[in-house]
Structures are given as C-alpha cells and as structure tokens.
Design a protein around this ligand. Sequence first.
Ligand code: HEM
Length: 403
Amino acid sequence: MATVDLYDPGTYEFDSPHEEFARLRRVDPVHWQDMPGEPGYWAVLRHADVVHVARNPLLFSCEAGGVVPEDLDPERLARMRDMLLSMDPPRHIAYRKPLAPEFAARIIAGMEEQIRAITREILAESRQRGEVEFVHETVGALPTQVIGRLFGLPESDWEMLHEWSQLNTSAQDPEINPDGDNHEAGSADSSMRMAIYGMQFAADRRTVGPQGDLMDIILGQQFDGRYLTDGDIGSLLVQMITAGNDTTVTMMAGGVWALLQHPDQLRLLREDRALIPGAVEEMLRWYNPLHYFRRTATADTEIAGTRIAAGDKVAMYYTSANRDEEVFADSQRFDVTRSPNPHLSFGIGEHFCLGVHLARLEGRVFFEELLDTFSVIEPTGDAVRVRSNLNNALKRLPLRLVA
Ligand code: HEM
C-alpha cells in the first residue's frame, strides 16, 4: 500500500493526513521517511513513543543535529545550538533555569489585564471592519504585541518582527517567502536580521538602563555562570519571538476554525464560559501548531521494537500522537469537554514549552473576549493553509464577525 510522504509540504495542503497517521500507528508506528538529497528520518507516531524520545534528551539529542530534519550547514547548526530549544543537558538546564521563574504561571498571570486590553483593542478594530481575513487582520498582531510588551520592544517594530518570525517558521510557503526554492536561505536571512535587531536592542538597553521588563532580568542574570553578551541576547530574542508568535496565532485561528466546523461545540462554549480553558487545550490537541520536532540518536537503540542506529534522525510527530487512540477516547472527535487531555502540542520533558502559561492565558482571554464581542462568527470563503511540513497553520481565514 502506497504511503503518504510525510516530508512533502504538499501532503498538508488541505489538512493533516490523519487517516494515514492512524493507519501507520497501527502497522508502522516508527516509520521511515525518505528525504530528497540527504538521509531521511524516523517518524515517531505513537504518543508513548514520542514521550519516550522527549524524556531521554541524552539518548535523543537536540544539539547533535538541531531540531529540524534538514541537515544544516555548520554555520546554521552552530547558530541553532545556541538556542535553548536545541541545547542538551547540562547546558540546557543552566540556560533555562534563570528564565523559568519569569515564565512561571504566577508571574504570567499578572499580565492578564494587559493581554485583555490588547485583545479588546484588536477585536474592536475587527468589529468595525465586519469582514476580516482573521489570520492577519485579527489574531496576527496579538502575540507580537504581547511578547513586545514582555520584552519592552518598541511598538513601531512589532510588525516587522512579526514578518520575520513568519519567515522563520513558514519559509517553505512561496507566498510567505517569495525566495521559495531556497527556503533555507529565506529563513536564515530573517533569523539573522532578527538576531542583529536583538543585539542592537540589548546594546541600546544597556545604555538606557532598566525599564522594569523581562529584558532587565536577561541583562542582569548569569546564565551558565556568565552574563549574556549582546549576541546571545539577539539569539534569545529570535527564539522567543519565533516560538511564541505563529504558534499562538495558530492556536487562535485554528481554534476558531475548529469551532466553526463543530457548531455544537461552539454552542457549548457560548452557554458555559467556564469550559474555555479546557476548550483551548482541545483546540491545541486537535489543531496543534507544530507537526514535529527532531532529535538525533546518540547511540544504537530501539523505539517500540524498531532498531535505530546512532546518528539517525528521529522526528516526534505531535500531530499523530495527539490523535493516538491508545490515549484519547474517540480521538478523531473534537470535544471541548475532553478531560483529561494529555496532548503533546507543547512538547514534554526537558524542552516542554517555556511559554506555556503565556500561551494558555492568551488563549483563554482571547476566546472569552471573542465570544463576548461577537454573536455571529461565520466563514465568508475557504480557509487556506500554510504550505509547510512543520508549521500546521492557517494562512487565510475569511470571516464575518457580527457584534
Ligand atoms: C500555542 C502556542 C505555543 C505552542 C504550541 C508551543 C509549542 C512548543 C513546543 C512543542 C516546544 C517544545 C519543543 C521541543 O520539545 O523540542 C516549545 C518550546 C519552547 N517554547 Fe513554545 N509554544 C507556544 C508558545 C510559546 C510562547 C508564547 C513562548 C514565549 C514567549 C514560547 C517559548 C518557547 C521556548 C523558549 C521553548 C524552548 C524551551 C526549551 O527548549 O527549554 N512558546 N514550544
């Protein structure tokens, strides 16, 4: 039986290949996927196996080959290794530890009113328009504004940062990256520009002095026994803005799309707002923003009986794990009351998303405000997806919004 090409961005054009994932989970749960011009990778498709890979960071390394399946040139790999996302223990812990308190639930909860104010402003604008392209005109600006506030970045730069971050994650899409054939170059260029911007921002902040935001903490704290240089801060900013931007946009746009396809679930939410936090988790499970992250095996091993050689690439498919029927009852059903919901959309283990509390808060506040503001939310055209094998995202979602 012919098997779908999980690496081909075209496979995800209209939806994720959920039926094919379900079949492979049954018959070939650690599935070999070829890649053009370089060694392919093992696609790990079951929930338990994704957890196993994520929880063994020394056996399945981020640092060895980075977190995307493509072989990177040495310069790009070196840059990626400087990101928290691609560090192995013990260096990873030394970098994550000083940041973690700032992202703790209690601290992030203090941002609720700011986030609500930003959300209201954005929704008021959409209300005036009546008809919107929801991805860009409504939710697109929200996460950049929140991260901009968190770091104290100037408002005039938010739009440019948003564009760069889109290129970082969706450079496979020719509409987002007109330099389409060369998507590696497209995203390398945007991350480089963002890093330079961050270096300059850090240098300026050292001159201006503390402003009471996260950047003060980053400048004043030791990481792995030393203070960060402007270059380090540039790279930290790239990962924070990239990690927290498109993913959050997808949570909101993909979440609305899921509700529109399931009007009974939307009705439930309208009747009982207390369901919103759980509904956000179900949106994340059902329309998870990232399909996978990669690791590299550091020794010969086995995953669910499949032999993996040292040096092999291994991709943890969250999109498949989130529908694993061994873990989720009626796993293909979108159910806003689902509980428990151990989806893997934020990863698990060592690299579990640092921004999880921020993302959840943004999600809850956004859906509360959306449902309070609009009594009618309906599509006026087809939803269009980003052409990507990594970024499970909508590119366009035309909607009519009526107060
Ligand atoms: C719905 C929104 C989000 C999703 C789905 C998401 C998803 C993820 C995933 C899957 C990982 C784990 C990667 C791995 O195991 O290799 C991760 C890590 C990370 N995320 Fe998020 N993320 C979201 C929002 C955010 C936000 C808002 C921020 C910060 C502003 C953020 C910052 C990070 C950072 C810094 C890491 C790396 C953590 C580490 O390596 O220790 N994320 N995220």
